[in-house]
Design a protein around this ligand. Structure first.
Ligand code: SF4
Ligand code: SF4
Length: 201
């Protein structure tokens, strides 16, 4: 079992908002109110315990830190005012900086989101999932789309998703108009990407 005595110190000093967990009183409110608690291996509360116990590999490889959907429930309810969501994202960014991908699917979805913004300046409920599903290729993408059919149908029923056609290879989706000033946006995104790459390097 991995154990690194100074891991808590590393988190306090190097992870965004990491020092905030020092005042955690282990009440478990974040764990009981997180809507993803049944999907997580550990709750935020347990992750803080593992950090204090020096379990570096276990924490940085834990998919939970990339599963958080930023719903803010924990941050609003924590009696100690700990920005749990910021610590979760801080840990995920720190893991990525260290060359660890705690949850591959979240990374792929993030790339699909980024690609959509980069290509059109927009994101919508149809474009991003299509790009995400096709990240593993056409056949795997079709299988993944079919496995998520019930979600798509429910979204369409609720008028949250409009079916659209797409044309490979650039997955241009009719109706996804490009914004004005896209080139300027792309320059900003290029710069942000270069800064991120420098940090990870
Ligand atoms: S709600 Fe706040 S104080 Fe309670 S366990 Fe979670 S982080 Fe710690
Ligand atoms: S912000 Fe993340 S960790 Fe907090 S309750 Fe929502 S999903 Fe759970």
């Amino acid at each position: 079992m991995d154990y690194q005595q100074d891991f808590a110190k590393e988190v306090y000093e190097k992870v965004d908002s990491g020092a905030e967990i020092k005042v955690c009183m282990q009440c478990g409110v974040c764990a009981s109110t997180c809507p993803l608690r049944e999907k997580m291996k550990y709750s935020p509360r347990k992750l803080w315990t593992l950090i204090r116990a020096g379990r570096r590999q276990e924490v940085l490889n834990c998919p939970d830190i990339m599963l958080c959907t930023s719903c803010y429930t924990c941050k609003v309810r924590c009696p100690r005012g700990i920005p749990v969501i910021d610590v979760m994202h801080g840990l995920a960014h720190y893991a990525l900086e260290k060359g660890i991908t705690p949850r591959e699917e979240t990374k792929k979805f993030g790339e699909a989101f980024w690609d959509s913004i980069y290509e059109t300046g927009r994101v919508d409920e149809a474009t991003v999932p299509i790009k995400y599903c096709l990240k593993d290729g056409m056949i795997a993408g079709l299988k993944k789309s079919l496995s998520m059919l019930d979600i798509g149908m429910a979204l369409m029923k609720a008028k949250r998703l409009t079916p659209k056609l797409f044309i490979p290879p650039n997955f241009f989706i009719p109706g996804s108009h490009k914004i004005k000033g896209l080139k300027d946006l792309q320059k900003m995104l290029d710069k942000a990407k270069a800064m991120g790459a420098r940090k990870e390097g």
